[in-house]
Design a binder for this molecule. Structure first.
Ligand code: HEC
Ligand code: HEC
Ligand code: HEC
Ligand code: HEC
Ligand code: HEC
Ligand code: HEC
Ligand code: HEC
Ligand code: HEC
Length: 434
């Protein structure tokens, strides 16, 4: 490391450098002060630029990485963890031979620190995360349980998901498309629950984008948008068209994004983001990294069932709503959305009944996704049924109607026509029109 220490001959250069830095610091300070003044004048609460606490660090990782990966040092230097003196080593350096590590500058490092590293200091968050569907269920959804250790399998099986679990259809597309595709598709979203080489589960950095670990970033809906989007789970699009999303889009720049976790209320956030409803400590609800803790239904299932202990979950979610809405209003929404969810269930049950004669007469091929009717039957629940339900619960009328119920009706008509054609072709009687 000697090349980074000031030598005698470089002394004058160092004096100049230090003088320069002091100058920069003074000018920087003035800019900060003027920014703070103009922000308070505008009534804004946006975060004042934090200083880079690593700017003068003598930590050897920092000194060298300032040159090799300046972006990382710059970002981490502005984080509150760096300010709390959490060092590069705390997340990256592991004992020799640690699973997944590489030898580096006389130590062993992890290129991707695992949740086992975070767990040293954040036990609660790691425990809640690993018992949630962001943990192993996300991974099993595409990879199956084949690669899990006995311990991981037990952990996975302890996370309930209703009777949908045995449905093996879930992995058919993954197998069909092959790794050249799925690495950029299923895996990109579902790796949020992937086990690491050391056996620990999940990837915190899927939400806490490295190396800033910023509360503002993680509380914004764009963070969830990487995965909660698209025809089968358009939660982000639904949020955008909801009154909450409109409040965010039009006034969000004034919200108190960096407020201390666990203390948030309507004075910080006049309307909720995804994080506020599902994760943040808000009003009477405590902060959680178990995103299932406030949900009453398994909405992702073809036919939704109630979650175990759903009443407790409902109380948690409603204590968020209660900050801004009265109980009567919330009860009405829940009653109506329960009824809507059951109506969608009925339509999905009916879609199974429509194609039942084909199954009974062996008129469907055994392979999934090899004929048009497989796709229509799948999309009816997987895209439109789910979307209709999400729209009801999260205030997205266009998604409940035109990307939901309407598409279900349209697919239903197609299913009937496809079925009848197959039955006629086989010389079998066509059922009375439904
Ligand atoms: C003398 C310079 C130097 C020092 C000291 C140093 N690094 Fe590095 N580090 C590098 C270079 C160069 C790379 C490769 C960058 C590249 O490939 O773009 C690297 C890569 C890495 C990687 C990625 C490894 C991989 O295989 O992809 C990590 C993580 C890392 N360093 C962490 C650290 C930590 C933590 C420390 C302190 C214990 C440290 N480094 C000390 C220069 C250094
Ligand atoms: C709080 C934990 C934490 C701290 C502290 C931390 N890192 Fe990281 N670092 C991570 C995580 C998590 C990743 C993996 C990100 C990913 O794969 O998306 C990572 C990735 C990296 C990489 C690989 C990036 C790449 O694109 O290949 C390097 C290099 C690195 N860190 C260097 C550093 C240096 C240098 C410091 C100190 C200035 C540091 N890290 C501090 C958590 C940390
Ligand atoms: C050596 C202990 C240590 C490790 C390891 C560690 N953290 Fe932290 N972390 C802290 C401390 C201390 C704070 C509190 C900083 C503050 O708000 O003052 C913190 C705060 C945070 C915050 C809140 C930031 C804020 O602005 O309030 C996040 C998010 C976070 N850590 C994520 C992670 C993740 C993800 C990992 C693993 C990749 C990790 N931490 C590893 C000690 C650690
Ligand atoms: C854009 C990100 C994204 C992609 C790509 C993606 N998924 Fe998902 N997937 C999700 C999200 C988000 C959910 C959760 C929906 C919910 O809970 O309402 C989900 C739910 C699921 C579920 C239902 C939950 C469960 O565990 O039973 C399965 C199964 C699943 N995905 C498998 C796959 C497979 C297989 C692929 C690739 C063919 C894939 N997904 C591609 C984001 C994605
Ligand atoms: C689904 C996205 C998501 C994932 C994945 C995630 N977090 Fe968070 N995390 C959040 C959100 C959102 C907040 C801010 C909650 C709030 O508004 O107070 C947060 C806050 C935190 C805080 C500050 C909490 C406090 O009460 O001070 C820590 C520490 C933290 N996360 C650690 C982790 C660790 C460790 C992991 C991985 C085991 C992780 N997070 C994974 C979304 C996530
Ligand atoms: C990297 C992708 C990814 C990101 C980012 C992500 N999620 Fe997820 N999320 C998933 C997947 C995959 C599932 C489905 C897991 C399953 O059921 O198998 C899921 C499921 C959920 C569920 C349903 C949990 C349950 O018990 O059924 C909620 C709620 C959720 N996420 C909220 C959020 C919020 C809020 C954010 C942003 C702060 C977020 N997610 C960010 C991938 C992601
Ligand atoms: C106003 C509060 C609120 C906001 C904001 C919100 N949600 Fe939801 N979310 C809910 C409610 C309520 C449900 C249905 C809960 C139930 O089952 O009882 C739900 C359901 C979900 C589910 C379905 C889980 C399952 O069973 O399949 C996911 C995933 C989800 N939300 C993610 C998100 C994401 C991502 C965002 C932001 C883009 C978001 N939510 C914004 C309240 C909210
Ligand atoms: C931080 C405050 C806040 C929280 C928390 C909150 N909302 Fe809202 N909500 C609003 C605001 C603001 C509006 C827009 C009011 C308007 O239409 O003028 C709104 C509108 C709505 C609407 C549409 C009302 C209409 O007349 O069209 C529904 C439904 C709703 N919220 C349900 C919920 C539910 C359910 C929850 C909890 C899961 C919740 N909200 C949590 C602030 C909040």
């Amino acid at each position: 490391m000697s090349s980074y220490e000031p030598s005698n001959s470089g002394f004058d250069i160092w004096r100049l450098l230090i003088a320069g830095l002091v100058g920069v610091a003074i000018v920087g300070g003035l800019i900060l002060i003027s920014m703070a003044v103009s922000e308070s004048a505008a009534g804004g609460t946006a975060e004042t630029e934090r200083v880079n606490v690593l700017a003068n660090s003598s930590n050897e990782c920092v000194v060298c990485h300032e040159r090799t990966t300046p972006g990382i040092v710059e970002q981490y230097g502005h984080s509150s963890m760096a300010a709390a003196e959490v060092a590069c080593e705390d997340c990256h350096v592991v004992p020799a031979g640690y699973p997944g590590s590489v030898e580096h500058e006389g130590t062993f490092v992890l290129n991707q620190p695992t949740t086992a590293m975070c767990e040293e200091c954040h036990q609660t968050e790691v425990a809640q995360y690993s018992q949630s569907r962001h943990g192993l269920p996300s991974y099993v959804a595409y990879a199956g349980t084949g690669e899990l250790t006995t311990e991981q399998l037990a952990l996975y099986e302890a996370i309930p998901e209703g009777s949908y679990a045995p449905d093996k259809m879930r992995n058919a597309l993954f197998a069909l498309e092959g790794p050249e595709i799925t690495e950029f598709a299923c895996v990109e979203c579902h790796k949020i629950g992937r086990p690491a080489a050391d056996g620990s589960i999940g990837e915190c950095q899927q939400c806490h984008l490295r190396h800033e670990f910023s509360l503002e970033q993680v509380r914004k809906p764009e963070t969830c948008n990487h995965c909660h989007i698209g025809p089968d789970h358009p939660q982000y699009e639904i949020y955008q068209e909801s009154p909450h999303g409109i409040a965010y889009a039009t006034g969000g720049h004034n919200w108190n994004w960096e407020a201390e976790p666990g203390t948030l209320d309507v004075t910080d956030f006049p309307a909720p983001t995804c994080a506020i409803c599902h994760m943040s400590g808000f009003g009477g609800a405590a902060t959680t990294h178990d995103v299932g803790e406030r949900l009453t239904w398994y909405l992702f299932s073809p036919i939704s069932e109630r979650r175990p202990a759903y009443q407790d979950n409902m109380v948690r979610m409603q204590s968020v709503c209660r900050e801004c809405h009265n109980q009567n209003f919330i009860d009405t929404l829940y009653t109506n959305a329960d009824a809507g969810t059951e109506k969608i269930n009925d339509w999905v049950v009916e879609s199974d009944a429509i194609i039942a004669p084909l199954k009974e007469n062996d008129l469907l091929t055994a392979a999934p996704f090899d004929e048009p009717i497989d796709f229509t039957h799948f999309e009816l629940w997987h895209h439109w049924g789910r979307t209709a339900k999400f729209g009801m619960w999260m205030q997205g009328p266009d998604y409940t109607q035109w990307h939901g119920a309407y598409e279900m009706l349209s697919d239903r008509a197609e299913l009937i026509e496809m079925r009848d054609a197959k039955l006629e072709e086989a010389g079998l009687p066509v059922p009375e029109s439904e």
